[in-house]
Design a binder for this molecule. Structure first.
Ligand code: NAD
Ligand code: USQ
Length: 383
């Protein structure tokens, strides 16, 4: 089966491309490499030294004998996208290729506009390309748990059945996103839902929680295949940041009270969830939503877990509650459903001592590369 991974040079996309290639899918990667460019603009860098994309792919082919096609270009450029898809002829399209940082989208007007134009136009171009050239292709789109926000009721998987004035209907679950980035995902979801209903396309929205971890079986095969590990205040996500902070002796940066609860998953489960969605495609005209996380944690508890693990291996880890740069609830109810992927056969890699050991080990190995100036958050949600 031919699978195009859009955003295949990024954190989730790279791990997924290699995993699917090893499972003997025919894989193509489309990426504009804009994430590497944004890193340079912001003067930040992955803690792990990621190889240039061509070198990564040559290395993969040399080790496994598996070829991955590479298409370098921007999917907001419609002519490029159409030409690429017509050459590759995908049966499934996995779309990771967006600006994915909430703080980046909140820097200023330009970054909010860049985020929404990049994400919405890219996804709209994909939908039109599917309608015109590949109506049978299955779109597997990365959404986010953050689309739902933190409502005071249980979160369902995409839809909720509501009774109102004696009538009943199943409707899209209400959205309360917390940044212009998270809003872009909501707008994408609406556009995809509409395209499925109107043109009979098939799509799965994977509402993914916060991903952690850096190693997968495939990226472990050679140093040149290593995945990115973001720890900075813009692209670093909370658990990856805490592990890097612990490894370099920096106090863990819990924002505000730390009662913010989110869904989390290991990068090893990201790749498997995508495969499960591909293997069990949505029906024609159907817009499915799967909540893609395996465990719920609040950030204070995560910090304590990392602190305990750090102490066991001889690290002196402290926790510092910093002023919260974001506008978000710091103590709240949070219960979200995540059974669709489990029902399809997902066997989660839960957060364990082994996983933390591995992440702390990678962080320690590359700690000489850290720029401590990049750790504290510098983007504020407030005026
Ligand atoms: P990433 O920044 O590491 O990778 C995204 C890739 O997409 C980059 O290589 C970038 O160059 C490429 N890209 C961006 N815009 C593009 C465009 N217009 N044309 C072509 N390529 C483009 O991000 P990631 O962490 O791998 O996230 C991948 C997807 O998963 C995103 O859609 C994100 O919203 C979603 N997601 C990520 C997480 C997480 O914790 N990392 C959690 C939930 C959802
Ligand atoms: N947080 C801290 N300390 C830190 C970093 C973050 O307390 O040093 C807190 C934040 O305030 C927030 C929570 O941890 O409450 C999660 O923040 P994050 O930066 O780890 O994740 P987020 O901004 O939500 O974004 C990430 C990815 C995004 C994805 C999202 C999934 O960057 O692409 O969509 O996770 S979710 O959170 O489910 O929306």
């Amino acid at each position: 089966m031919k699978i195009m991974i859009i955003g295949g040079d990024g954190y989730c996309g790279w791990a997924t491309a290699l995993y699917l290639s090893r499972q003997r899918y025919e894989v193509g990667i489309t990426d504009s490499l804009v994430r590497r460019y944004w890193d340079m603009q912001l003067k930040i860098e992955s803690l792990t030294p990621i190889a240039p994309v061509h070198r990564r792919l040559d290395c993969w082919q040399a080790i496994t004998g598996r070829h991955i096609d590479l298409f370098i270009g921007d999917i907001t450029d419609n002519a490029f996208l159409i030409q690429t898809l017509c050459r590759f002829e995908p049966e499934a399209l996995v779309h990771f290729g967006e600006q994915r940082s909430a703080p980046f989208s909140m820097i200023d007007r330009e970054h909010a506009v860049l985020t929404q134009v990049n994400n919405l136009v890219g996804t709209l171009n994909i939908l039109y390309a599917m309608k015109t050239c590949f109506p049978e292709c299955h779109l597997v789109k990365l959404g986010t748990m953050g689309e739902y926000g933190t409502p005071d009721i249980d979160i369902e998987e995409g839809y909720i059945t509501i009774e109102h004035k004696g009538r009943k209907d199943t409707l899209p679950y209400p959205k309360q996103p917390g940044s212009f980035y998270h809003l872009s995902k909501v707008h994408d979801s609406h556009n995809i839902h509409f395209a499925c209903k109107t043109w009979g396309l098939r799509a799965t929205d994977l509402n993914q929680g916060v991903v952690y971890g850096v190693r997968t079986d495939e990226t472990d095969m050679d140093e040149r295949l290593i995945n990115r590990l973001d720890y900075d205040g813009v692209f670093g996500t909370v658990l990856n940041r805490f592990c890097v902070q612990a490894a370099v002796g920096y106090p863990l940066t819990v924002y505000g009270k730390g009662g913010q609860t989110r869904g989390f998953l290991n990068i090893r489960d990201t790749v498997r969830c995508v495969e499960l969605a591909i293997k069990n495609p949505a029906q024609e005209g159907k817009f499915r939503v799967f909540n893609q996380f395996t465990e719920l944690f609040n950030v204070r508890d995560l910090a304590v877990t990392v602190q305990k693990k750090g102490k066991e291996i001889g690290l002196d880890v402290s926790i510092r509650n910093t002023d919260n740069p974001r506008v978000e609830k710091e103590t709240h109810y949070y219960k979200a459903k995540n059974t669709c992927l489990l029902d399809l056969g997902l066997e989660p890699h839960y957060l364990s001592d082994t996983v933390l050991d591995s992440l702390l080990g990678v962080a320690a190995k590359y700690k000489h590369r850290i720029d401590k100036e990049q750790i504290l958050p510098q983007v504020s949600w407030r005026r």
